[in-house]
Design a protein around this ligand. Structure first.
Ligand SMILES: Cc1cc2nc3c(=O)[nH]c(=O)nc-3n(C[C@H](O)[C@H](O)[C@H](O)COP(=O)(O)OP(=O)(O)OC[C@H]3O[C@@H](n4cnc5c(N)ncnc54)[C@H](O)[C@@H]3O)c2cc1C
Ligand SMILES: NC(=O)c1ccc[n+]([C@@H]2O[C@H](COP(=O)([O-])OP(=O)(O)OC[C@H]3O[C@@H](n4cnc5c(N)ncnc54)[C@H](O)[C@@H]3O)[C@@H](O)[C@H]2O)c1
Length: 505
């Protein structure tokens, strides 16, 4: 959890409480990505808007998460490609890049941005009350380090509409002994200047894969432990296989299909006991085993939560209470757990901002992209093949190796990677796609549009890409998927005959 104290308030921040609470049309609790999108849009429409933030304005992404991790990853990829073994110099350069990218954790530019957009910024930790008839109060405390330890009351606001954008915090898995050994959360791993001699990464999701590659690139002996049979386990299996190959190539000892069951200190280091009877050792453990939504500020309000502990919302991101949506309370970003990415938070905030200014609509997260910035990067969108089957689709799946195109020949790329398309066999609509390969986070964006637009694979197979762009990889996969769909329907193949598909799921 981020526990840094908020910067000292300036004179333009909120005054201490006196008399009746100030009334605002919209109160946003949490000054992260979601607030930076929703707040200014609502203010631009003439609503009075206040954002309460207990730590840094901008939230996790610019200071502890996306931005520092991407700065470190880019430095790591450059260092590996240089072939240099001067890890000390490369690490020092990576730290400088990280400091530059995070503006030295100075949020004044972001705070000024909110104020310039007509949004009042209130620094402190909010706790919220709600009246039965709608609307309510927020009490703001300052001086403490977190919502659990909020400090002294400094302000009280009355809100008409509440937008909860309180994000998420790292969650430690239930492993015996973990409290007694040296651990890092991702926040700490991306704050520390220390480069450990060895690192045990617990979890093979996006955080674990990205940070394992960072540390291994700078000569840290790195072991990654993941319970699921594959890395990035909710994606198509080809994704996890390619990323495992990439991490192994960077020197990471990848252990999948095993769970850490116990941790113990051993001298200056840590031993993790795995449930297959083996043990792995390292200087410290990096907890990359998931995050929990931050609900402290609404703990007593009885809002519905999901099985994963997030605030339950409807498709307009209205919070549910007893299964019914509340018209005056929204939740966006990590706190609702639906699309836990910065672009997910921003999208949901745009939908809610429209509702605040009188244009209510449902969000449509079809095709929400999921990128992981390892080398080579991953971009996935829409449903995985298993996800599509669970949703009741009969699917065809087409795959293509990333090394099998003109661009790969020119770049002499023979590393890991695939394109995988998941298509509804009955309608031919593209349901999902995953790509792993050089620059896949950019050229794979075309598939985000295709899934979002519910494109027919007949059209996808007609799209022309310039030679020799990486995008040419999409053509053989699209033609394969198209031919499989035609064969299922019993249509004629181009060139005659209903041929057997090459890769029928
Ligand atoms: C290591 C790492 C790397 C990541 N990389 C990427 C990436 O490359 N791309 C991507 O899209 N996503 C990435 N993510 C996910 C991304 O950071 C989150 O999805 C995003 O920050 C969510 O934004 P948010 O506005 O919902 O919450 P946050 O950014 O967490 O903001 C919530 C804010 O609310 C404040 N707050 C909480 N409770 C209170 C309260 N009671 N009173 C006042 N303030 C409160 C917090 O201090 C915080 O500043 C990464 C995450 C991690 C951990
Ligand atoms: N590039 C990006 O967009 C990006 C980058 C980093 C993080 N994020 C977001 O941050 C959030 C957190 O990511 P994360 O990777 O921490 O969580 P995650 O839930 O995606 O992955 C955690 C992994 O840890 C494993 N695990 C849990 N307990 C374990 C144990 N005892 N032993 C072994 N393995 C165990 C789980 O099986 C799971 O695969 C996600 O929402 C993610 O989308 C996004």
């Amino acid at each position: 959890m981020t526990t840094e104290t908020a910067p000292s308030p300036t004179s333009s921040d909120s005054p201490p409480p006196h008399g009746e609470p100030r009334v605002v049309d919209v109160l946003v609790v949490g000054g992260g990505s979601a607030s930076e999108t929703a707040g200014p849009r609502a203010a631009a429409a003439g609503l009075s808007v206040a954002v309460v933030e207990g730590s840094l304005v901008g939230g996790e992404c610019p200071f502890w998460a996306c931005v520092p991790s991407k700065a470190m990853l880019l430095a790591a990829h450059g260092h590996r490609r240089s072939g240099s073994d001067d890890h000390d110099a490369a690490w020092a350069w990576a730290l400088r890049r990280r400091t530059d990218a995070t503006a030295g954790r100075d949020d004044s530019g972001k705070a000024d941005g909110l104020r310039a957009a007509g949004v009042e910024l209130v620094r402190g930790w909010a706790s919220v009350e709600r009246d039965d008839a709608g609307g309510g109060l927020a009490r703001v405390r300052r001086g403490g380090g977190s919502p659990d330890d909020p400090g002294e009351l400094v302000d009280v606001l009355r809100w008409r509409t509440l937008v909860l954008a309180t994000g998420s915090a790292p969650a430690a898995p239930p492993v015996d002994g973990l409290d007694d050994v040296a651990t890092w959360t991702s926040d700490e791993a991306l704050s520390s200047d220390h480069r450990p001699a060895s690192l045990l990464v617990l979890g093979g999701g996006a955080v674990g894969c990205e940070l394992a590659q960072v540390y291994a690139s700078f000569g840290v002996r790195t072991t990654l432990v993941e319970t699921a049979p594959r890395l990035l386990a909710s994606e198509n299996p080809s994704v996890g296989d390619a990323v495992a190959q990439a991490l192994t190539g960077t020197g990471v000892d990848v252990r999948t299909g095993v769970t850490a069951s116990r941790a113990r200190a051993d001298g200056d280091g840590v031993v993790l006991e795995l449930d297959d009877g083996s043990e792995v050792t390292g200087e410290r453990v990096l907890l990359a085993s998931g995050r929990r939504p931050r609900l402290e500020c609404v703990q007593t309000l009885g809002f519905d939560t999901t099985g994963a502990g997030a605030l339950a919302v409807d498709d307009r991101y209205r919070v549910l209470a007893d299964g019914r949506p509340l018209d005056d309370v929204y939740a966006v970003g990590d706190v609702n757990g639906r699309a836990p990415y910065t672009h997910g938070a921003n999208y949901q905030a745009r939908v809610v901002a429209d509702a605040l200014v009188g244009r209510p609509r449902e969000g449509d997260e079809t095709g929400m992209p999921r990128a992981v910035y390892v080398d080579p990067p991953v971009l996935a969108t829409g449903l995985s093949a298993d996800g599509a089957r669970e949703a009741g689709h009969d699917v065809v799946v087409a795959t293509q190796a990333s090394s099998d195109t003109g661009r790969a020949h020119v770049e002499r790329y023979d590393g890991p990677g695939t394109v995988e398309l998941v298509v509804d066999a009955a309608s031919g609509v593209l349901l999902g796609a995953s790509v792993v390969g050089p620059e896949a986070d950019s050229w794979g964006g075309e598939l985000v549009l295709a899934v979002r637009g519910r494109l027919d694979v007949e059209l996808l197979a007609e799209v022309v890409h310039p030679f020799p762009a990486w995008g040419e990889l999409l053509l053989p996969a699209a033609e394969d998927a198209r031919d499989q769909v035609r064969a299922r329907r019993g249509d004629e193949q181009p060139g005659g005959g209903a041929e057997q598909p090459a890769h029928t799921a």
